[in-house]
Design a protein around this ligand. Structure first.
Ligand SMILES: NC(=O)C1=CN([C@@H]2O[C@H](COP(=O)(O)OP(=O)(O)OC[C@H]3O[C@@H](n4cnc5c(N)ncnc54)[C@H](OP(=O)(O)O)[C@@H]3O)[C@@H](O)[C@H]2O)C=CC1
Ligand SMILES: CC(=O)[C@@H](O)[C@H](O)COP(=O)(O)O
Ligand SMILES: [Mn+2]
Length: 384
């Protein structure tokens, strides 16, 4: 029986992680969870899974959730950043599924690693903003960082039993997002509703917008760099509109390994949770390639998807540059979702934030926090 902590339990990945736990009650027990402010889904999970520890975003939610779940005995509640960290290091858990959104996931991940927990990582912003700190800490504490992101899970699966030294390149597939069939000129007045309509995946709002700008793929290139230790020159992005091939690895004999499946995040979530073994998932659809008929591929266009170029450039510069990329993008996406800026202004804001920053190499946690905050302030000032 693996004892699980789930950070971000009310989100898209969080809810699918709960589905996986429900499919395998004899394999997984939820002992600690966190959520932000979604009292409906939060209380439902507490009543069903009866965790021992619950952390929420703020004091108001902290009071409300205790009232809503007063019949569930033996639960300790907490809130705020400290609460999220307490949930992450909860003593009885073996594995932490980090499914929070944004760089708020960084410190809980570092603390969970220091507490010796295995990490199933969906929260890619953690690796983008401070990948070197996370990987160093994982190495130091002998902790596995298991990818949940579908592309990285695919690569990880293609690497099983292979020698990493024999990899020639990683091929990360990209759907192209909500606006893949529109030209740049047609993006001037797209709406939030249109942007939130991903062709293949049902996901949280922020990642769906990232997918439409292709920043998601940029963040994933940086994520792959840290998880698999390859230089950016050997990480390629390939447009593949069906999201059936989740990513590939080319070895130096030119053999290419791919992982395929219907787009269903429960598969990579469960693989990270069951690793090194596999568990059945009968409710997932079986891939019928004859129904799909053809798989489609295109070269990634860096002029069309400027955020992809920004991500490669930031990753190659390294240091605090990806921290700026991530913080500026988080702020810009939130502003777009709140109707304050247009879709194309997202990339303008990110570009301006990157231009004004002088990268600091090998930043410590304090520097990461400082740069993250300064970037958010800078980007905020672009509105006024
Ligand atoms: N969705 C997907 O299919 C995929 C997602 N990912 C990655 O997984 C991560 C989660 O994505 P997704 O599930 O879509 O996101 P969602 O927005 O659906 O969920 C985010 C979760 O984090 C919680 N949360 C938000 N802000 C805070 C905060 N400040 N403090 C504590 N908790 C907070 C939310 O709580 P509440 O809602 O209660 O406020 C919610 O539980 C992201 O990094 C994303 O890039 C990767 C691959 C696929
Ligand atoms: C499901 C998943 O892992 C997402 O990151 C997904 O890949 C988004 O799709 P695109 O960014 O390829 O549109
Ligand atoms: Mn992905």
């Amino acid at each position: 029986m693996k004892k699980i902590t789930l950070l971000g339990s009310t989100g898209s990945i969080g809810q699918q992680t709960l589905d996986v736990i429900s499919e395998h009650p004899e394999e997984f027990q939820l002992v600690s969870l966190s959520f932000g402010g979604n009292l409906e889904l939060g209380s439902k999970a507490i009543k069903k899974y009866k965790p021992k520890f619950v952390a929420v975003k703020d004091k108001e939610t902290f009071s409300a959730i205790q009232e809503l779940c007063k019949e569930v005995e033996g639960v300790t509640y907490s809130y705020g950043e400290e609460g999220l960290i307490e949930a992450a290091v909860y003593h009885d858990a073996d594995l932490v599924v980090n499914a929070v959104i944004g760089s708020v996931g960084l410190v809980p991940t570092l603390k969970a690693i220091q507490a010796g927990k295995t990490i199933a990582l969906a929260n890619k912003e953690t690796l983008v903003t401070a990948g070197h700190l996370v990987m160093e800490e994982a190495e130091k504490h002998g902790v596995d960082i298991l990818p949940v992101d579908s592309e990285h899970s695919a690569i990880f699966q293609c690497l099983q039993g292979e020698n990493k030294k024999e990899i020639s390149k990683l091929i990360v597939t990209a759907s192209g997002g909500s606006f893949r069939d529109r030209s740049r000129d047609e993006l001037n007045d797209v709406t939030v509703k249109e942007a939130l309509h991903h062709p293949n995946w049902s996901m949280g709002a922020k990642i769906t917008i990232d997918s439409a700008t292709m920043m998601n793929k940029g963040l994933e290139v940086i994520e792959a760099h840290w998880l698999f230790g390859l230089p950016y020159e050997r990480i390629e992005v390939l447009l593949h509109r069906q999201s059936i091939i989740h990513s590939m690895v080319e070895y130096h004999d030119r053999s290419v390994m791919a992982q395929l499946g219907t787009p269903d995040m429960r598969v990579p979530i469960q693989y990270a949770m069951s690793y090194p073994g596999r568990l059945p998932l009968p409710s997932a659809s079986s891939l019928q390639l004859w129904e799909i008929g053809e798989l489609h591929f295109e070269k990634a266009d860096f002029n069309r998807y400027r955020c992809l170029q920004f991500a490669y450039d930031s990753g190659k510069i390294g240091g605090t540059m990806p921290t700026v990329l991530n913080a500026a993008n988080e702020e810009a996406v939130a502003a777009f979702l709140n109707g304050k800026i247009t879709f194309l202004q997202i990339e303008d804001w990110v570009e301006k934030a990157l231009e004004q920053h002088k990268a600091v190499s090998r930043p410590d946690l304090e520097t990461i926090h400082k740069v993250d905050l300064e970037t958010r302030r800078f980007v905020g000032s672009l509105l006024s």
